[in-house]
Design a protein. Structure first.
Length: 232
């Protein structure tokens, strides 16, 4: 199969797993197949074809075993955010070998460095409202680290090795894996470029902050026309 066909097959299998993660208690994103396809495809388009083929084999084997990899990802993400639930649900998870943990650590070390660089230039896009480190998570928050590690742990060791090799090869060519995935995601969401997406998000964030300030002022003064100095 060509790479695009492999990616399509990956997303089809992931979607069938993702849409039943919560059983009958579905959330809105579990009904948005087109959005799911665009976001997941943004990532796999950056992968090498061998890594894509390996992950497709992971999904096929998981289906054979009756496992749901997106569900396993979300359970692993609960380790720090919801430890009580994790203690119960993690009984269903396969054990993590030392080799797999080392591969995940190696990939995250590179992604952390790249995401920190990306955050300096595009702070809103790089984190998407999430804290970067697991240690900085607050109530109800999931960090980039927790999400990334949770997903990486669902891949086979073979897929992780191929992905790590590909990310290193990209760096050797002066290319940034985290930037490439973020750029694909931005374009898939309909933004014309990373720069313009950041500017739009900044304007939206500023507008929300101003609305919150107005609400506080109105609550404290009862005056709907009150503004901070400099505001019209």
């Amino acid at each position: 199969m060509e790479k695009k066909q492999v990616i399509d097959a990956i997303i089809d299998r992931e979607w069938e797993m993702f849409r039943v993660v919560n059983g009958e208690e579905r959330v809105s994103c579990q009904n948005d197949r087109d959005g799911f396809r665009a976001m997941r495809g943004a990532q796999y388009d950056v992968w090498s074809q061998p890594a894509c083929e390996s992950y497709l084999a992971d999904l096929t084997e998981a289906e054979r075993q009756g496992r749901n990899l997106p569900r396993e990802k979300y359970i692993r993400m609960m380790k720090d955010t919801e430890p009580a639930a994790y203690a119960v649900l993690s009984r269903d998870l396969p054990a993590v070998s030392e080799e797999k943990q080392a591969l995940v650590d190696g990939i995250w070390e590179i992604l952390l460095r790249q995401t920190e660089r990306l955050r300096e230039e595009y702070p809103l896009l790089a984190l998407g409202g999430r804290p970067l480190h697991a240690r900085d998570e607050g109530p109800g928050e999931t960090s980039v680290e927790t999400y990334q590690r949770g997903e990486l742990l669902t891949y086979s060791e073979r897929t992780l090795r191929l992905l790590l090799d590909h990310i290193r090869d990209m760096e050797g060519q002066g290319k940034d894996y985290a930037y490439a995935v973020q750029e694909n995601t931005v374009l898939a969401a309909g933004y014309p470029s990373m720069k313009e997406a950041e500017e739009i998000m900044l304007a939206q964030a500023k507008k929300r902050m101003e609305a919150e300030v107005d609400a506080v002022l109105q609550a404290n003064t009862g005056c709907p026309n009150c503004r901070l100095p400099g505001q019209i």
